[in-house]
Design a protein around this ligand. Structure first.
Ligand code: KG4
Ligand code: ZN
Length: 341
């Protein structure tokens, strides 16, 4: 039995988890900073770093006590060291290095995006690989060929905004609260997804890259009128708001599903997995469930608690790195960019 403490501070969630053998989650504690950042409509890096420092000790303590473990039970400490906000990453990396030194445990460096890619396997006994993995969050929108926990190849990624970023920015245009994804999903309820024919940017015929900047502009013009950037919100009826949200969500989901199916066709994969904050979106989960069923593909979405940033996925990938003795040294650095995109 291998017990890993996973630590995640790459953006605005301070998170820690204790996971056994890469899939049995004994605790998964997430201190969200959403309230701190809401009035700014997005994450403010300096505020995020300070908040990580303030709640780090309590999060680790709760993760350990909830799991019923002491430092003696921990086999290794896994920490996100890339990609993300460098000031935020540094808090987790420095704290993890300190714990590794004080408790005399091996340290493991984990790539946050690759951890999202394997997050659908948490709590699942069957082997999900090989699969096409769609990782869709506030910072990333990428397709991967996941052959195994440590064999993940980038197939394509966004050339401008991430899908979650588009949700957040469109929500802001519509006066809906941050984070935008859940707000738009709620507001879309009762809306007509066909009311506005928003563009579906698919790029070249074979491209597995994404682009979401065009749809953002299209939403802006739909709200205010072409060529204008203000004045439309005041007179918008609740039904029109619901229609725009439902149509925007449908267009983004359409692109994500089409590109994922393109990746399936190009790789010959028989499974599809999704992870990342936007993977919590109900319309996306339903569309992929249906499309995969139609095509006889196995589909696994990360369980809800492991869609948003969390320590369990860091511990889960950390376990597989531990199995291969892939440890980091105590001079581990934080990096803003991913290894593979
Ligand atoms: O993975 P995550 O917690 O952080 C990053 O690594 O970026 O993802 C956060 C993103 C935000 O952009 C948020 O608006 C989006 O995930 N999100 C959603 C939903 N829940 C969170 N987007 C669409 N529908 C949702 N239900
Ligand atoms: Zn994330």
């Amino acid at each position: 039995m291998t017990t890993i403490l996973g630590i995640e501070t790459s953006c605005d969630e301070t998170a820690a988890a204790v996971v056994i053998d890469g899939r049995d989650v004994r605790s998964n504690i997430v201190a969200s900073q959403v309230e701190l950042h809401r009035k700014y409509g997005g994450v403010v890096p300096e505020i995020a770093s300070r908040a990580h420092i303030e709640c780090f000790d309590a999060v680790i303590h709760e993760a350990m006590t909830t799991a019923g473990v002491t430092p003696a039970d921990i086999d290794a400490i896994a920490v996100t060291n890339r990609p993300g906000l460098v000031g935020s990453l540094l808090i987790g990396v420095t704290a993890a290095k300190t714990l590794a030194w004080v408790w005399d445990k091996p340290l493991i460096a984990v790539d946050h995006v690759l951890a999202h890619a394997i997050s659908p396997s948490i709590g699942v006994a069957e082997n999900l690989w090989p699969a096409v993995g769609l990782i869709v969050s506030g910072g990333h929108t990428s397709l991967y060929r996941v052959t195994d926990f440590l064999s993940v190849e980038l197939l394509g990624s966004t050339i401008d905004d991430a899908a979650g970023e588009a949700f957040d920015k469109v929500a802001m245009m519509l006066g809906l609260p941050y984070p935008g994804g859940p707000s738009i999903q709620r507001a879309a309820d009762g809306g007509d997804p066909k009311a506005v024919d928003f563009p579906r940017t698919l790029l070249d015929r074979d491209s597995l890259d994404f682009s979401f900047s065009g749809i953002k502009t299209a939403v802006l013009y739909t709200i205010h009128g072409k060529g204008k950037t203000s004045g439309g919100l005041e007179t918008m009826s609740p039904q029109r708001l619901a229609d725009i949200c439902a149509s925007f969500q449908a267009a983004v989901v359409d692109v994500l599903v089409k590109k994922t199916m393109r990746a399936v066709a190009q790789t010959g994969a028989t499974s599809v997995v999704i992870g990342g904050g936007v993977a919590a979106n109900k319309a996306l989960r339903e569309a992929l469930t249906e499309t995969c069923a139609d095509r006889n593909l196995r589909f696994a979405a990360a369980p809800m608690p492991y869609c948003v940033d969390n320590g369990a996925m860091i511990a889960a990938l950390g376990y597989h790195l531990h199995q291969r003795n892939q440890y980091a040294s105590l001079d581990l650095a934080a990096s803003g960019t991913t290894m593979r995109s």
